[in-house]
Design a binder for this molecule. Structure first.
Ligand code: PMT
Length: 489
């Protein structure tokens, strides 16, 4: 890859580059990058008189295109080809920003970095620059940088600014509009969206001043990721204050820069997920092994495509999916009430493993075993069938999808459920622990699934996938179905 050092170009070449950059509303570096790309594609006419100077006086700063490392970029990242300005402030978590840069670059994102003075106490501009393959900006008063790029252009010639780690100090500056170094000045001058990943000691994060600043920043439209709870780098310290992991930040960046169309915008979807807990007495209940992973992934995939999603979830220990309204319930009867309260809906996907039975009479006091007087058997009664109820409801959702958890005769049993519950599709999966799907333990609770989609048109077999992939494929199938059945007036 060709490289040039702008500061070493002769004055007339530099002036020509400066004028051309100004005309095109780009920084000199960006203009140079485009010219180099043109040169590499064999259009030297465009670059005549500008990129002919190569310096030997200083080590060259490579002007790298996004994802131009030796590895081909990971395909399909929604922010590929976009530019992120990463501001690294001074905390121990700064080391994680090196990995963040790598993860973004391997997904085809161009990363340019600004480091505060404190950040340079933890990691060096040399290592950051080696990973971004670009100049690292550290000084507001650097004459060369101001001429070549300028802090205003730095603040605006990107698609997103990410502050990772964001210290309590930098957050306080942002919340109060202070601009006394390059990072804070860029943050005040920008007209781009800003995502911050706070990282600090739990006592600092929970301090009233930081809470106030965080609240102000949220009101100002700053996006947050984290901080997360867990052990801190300082020994013996734990709590909320850890910086989000690089891949979590990457995912959030992908979401914020995702400009793909949202085909389900304007559609309302109800999704159920997780198990139900059916009380026996105040401390005991009947439950099952559903983790909520499949249902939550489907809710997230529908929201991702623009649907308004109401997720009615039984008790689970996984995080809420982003951009969904989550209604938490315990029992089947409660779930039924909340699902019906969420009607009308265009789409309903009933993924929850609803208990078929509950204890007939719920004891108000804890059942005792003393004296052999405890129950020798538990009397059960049937729970309402939520899916069947929706299938026959006067506000039946336009597209009603049920799941079928089977351990044998999968298609046969799922077919019967399709008919009996008046669903449009049934997603059948084999939940026997020895199904061989994913890790030991199988589909319930695991991360993978292999499903068959039954509809009145027949049976479609899908390969074994992650639950997220199943969710995305199902959401795409829902989009196709709605597109094919929607009549345009
Ligand atoms: O949560 P995970 O660990 O990710 O596991 C995912 C899963 C295995 C739970 C999921 O993929 C799945 O199969 N969900 C359906 C579980 C189930 O209860 O299946 P079923 O065959 O018993 O019920 C058929 C359908 O009727 C389901 O849509 C169910 O939500 C619904 N039903 C069942 C009973 C009831 N009383 N009311 C209902 O609405």
């Amino acid at each position: 890859m060709a490289s040039i050092t702008i500061r070493n170009l002769d004055e007339s070449t530099k002036q020509a580059l400066r004028e051309r950059a100004a005309q095109n509303g780009r920084s000199m570096e960006e203009e140079a990058r485009l010219l180099l790309a043109e040169l590499e594609q064999g259009s030297p006419g465009l670059t005549a008189g500008i990129v002919e100077h190569k310096s030997t006086d200083y080590p060259a700063i490579p002007v790298a295109a996004a994802g131009s490392s030796s590895e081909p970029p990971i395909a399909g990242f929604p922010a590929a080809g976009k530019c992120v300005l990463l501001i690294i402030s001074g905390g121990i978590a700064a080391y994680k920003s090196l990995d963040l840069i790598r993860r973004l670059r391997e997904r085809g994102v161009h990363v340019r970095a600004v480091m505060t003075a404190a950040a340079q106490q933890f990691i060096t501009p040399l290592s950051v620059g080696a990973l971004t393959a670009d100049k690292v900006f550290t000084d507001l008063f650097d004459r060369e940088d101001e001429q070549d790029v300028g802090h205003i252009r730095l603040a605006r010639n990107c698609d997103l600014i990410v502050v990772a780690p964001a210290t309590a100090d930098l957050m306080a500056k942002m919340a109060n509009g202070l601009a006394n170094d390059l990072a804070s000045t860029v943050l005040l001058a920008t007209n781009r969206p800003v995502l911050i990943a706070p990282a600090m000691n739990p006592a600092m994060w929970s301090h009233r001043a930081t809470r106030r600043n965080a609240e102000t920043l949220r009101r100002d439209g700053i996006h947050f990721i984290g901080p997360m709870a867990g052990e801190m780098a300082e020994s013996g310290e734990a709590g909320e204050g850890r910086m989000a992991e690089p891949m979590q930040i990457v995912e959030r960046i992908g979401e914020l820069l995702d400009t793909r169309p949202k085909p389900l915008r304007g559609k309302r979807a109800i999704v159920t997920s997780g198990p139900t807990h059916e009380p026996i007495d105040p401390v005991r209940y009947i439950a099952n092994r559903s983790s909520g992973k499949q249902g939550h992934a489907i809710a997230a995939a529908l929201a991702e495509l623009g649907a308004e999603v109401i997720l009615v979830s039984g008790p689970v220990s996984i995080p809420d999916p982003r951009d969904c309204e989550v209604v938490r319930v315990e029992s089947a009867r409660e779930m039924q009430r909340m699902v019906e309260a969420a009607l009308p809906a265009d789409i309903a996907v009933m993924v929850a493993a609803v208990a078929d039975w509950r204890s007939k009479g719920e004891a108000t006091e804890k059942m005792k075993k003393e004296g052999g007087k405890g129950p020798s058997h538990l009397e059960l009664t049937e729970n309402p069938d939520i899916l069947k109820g929706l299938g026959h409801h006067k506000q039946r959702p336009g597209l009603l999808i049920g799941f079928a958890a089977e351990t044998e005769k999968i298609v046969e049993h799922a077919q019967a459920k399709l008919e009996r519950k008046k669903a449009d599709w049934i997603v059948a999966n084999d939940v026997s622990p020895d199904s061989g799907i994913g890790d030991a333990g199988g589909v319930m609770g695991g991360d993978r699934n292999r499903v068959r989609i039954l509809s009145r048109d027949g049976v479609e077999e899908w390969p074994e996938l992650t639950k997220k992939q199943v969710a995305e494929r199902l959401a795409a199938r829902i989009c196709d179905h709605l597109a094919a059945t929607t009549t345009i007036a």
